[in-house]
Design a protein around this ligand. Sequence first.
Ligand SMILES: N[C@@H](CCC(=O)N[C@@H](CS)C(=O)NCC(=O)O)C(=O)O
Length: 212
Amino acid sequence: MYKLFYALKSASMGIRVLLEEIGEPYELIQTTVDMATPRPPEQLAVNPNGWVPVLSWDDGAMYECAAITVFLCDKHPEARLAPAVDDPSRATFLQTLVYFSNSVQNAFQLTYYPDRFVDTLTDEPSAQRRGNRRLRETWTVIDNQISDNEWVLGSQFSAADIYLFMLTTWLRPAKGHPDISEFPNAKRIADKVLQRTSVQQVYQPWIENPEY
Ligand SMILES: N[C@@H](CCC(=O)N[C@@H](CS)C(=O)NCC(=O)O)C(=O)O
């Protein structure tokens, strides 16, 4: 049985959607993204960085959202959430997940955790402003990549579409982030992902209040 260290608003929500899509039993272990609140020791034992998602199962555990995504998709091919290793779209699948993780998420981190990028409090607004611009740059790359495709991988729905949806829920124009409407191709996919039963269930708090 899978155990997912879980916090609202975090990347653990996208992994929970995958677990719902796969249909395997799982347990949520509540944790936090609040800097002032200690993490459970079991979470820190797997991920000393203290962030989520962290996934564990009978004889293993791991962290990093993109890696967990690939792991779960490959472990449960019957869920058809990823192209097989010899499928031509596998390359775009892996490329997009890693780009989400190390470029788009990194831009979000500049805006949400500026203290991790600069030395002094007075420099933090500058880091946040650069993060806002970086968000626009990286989302533009993704929007152009999608072009008029139905899904990230063309005609094939995949976990990359779920990951994309999750990232759109972090966009906060009130913080200076770009609005999702600036990226109509990404928005088109996010709107369709939102219709899925798994997403309706996991993202209920966000659906009720996008500023949750
Ligand atoms: N590269 C990591 C980043 C994970 C991450 O930044 N998680 C955030 C929530 S989305 C978190 O746990 N923040 C609290 C912290 O960093 O202590 C991944 O993709 O899994």
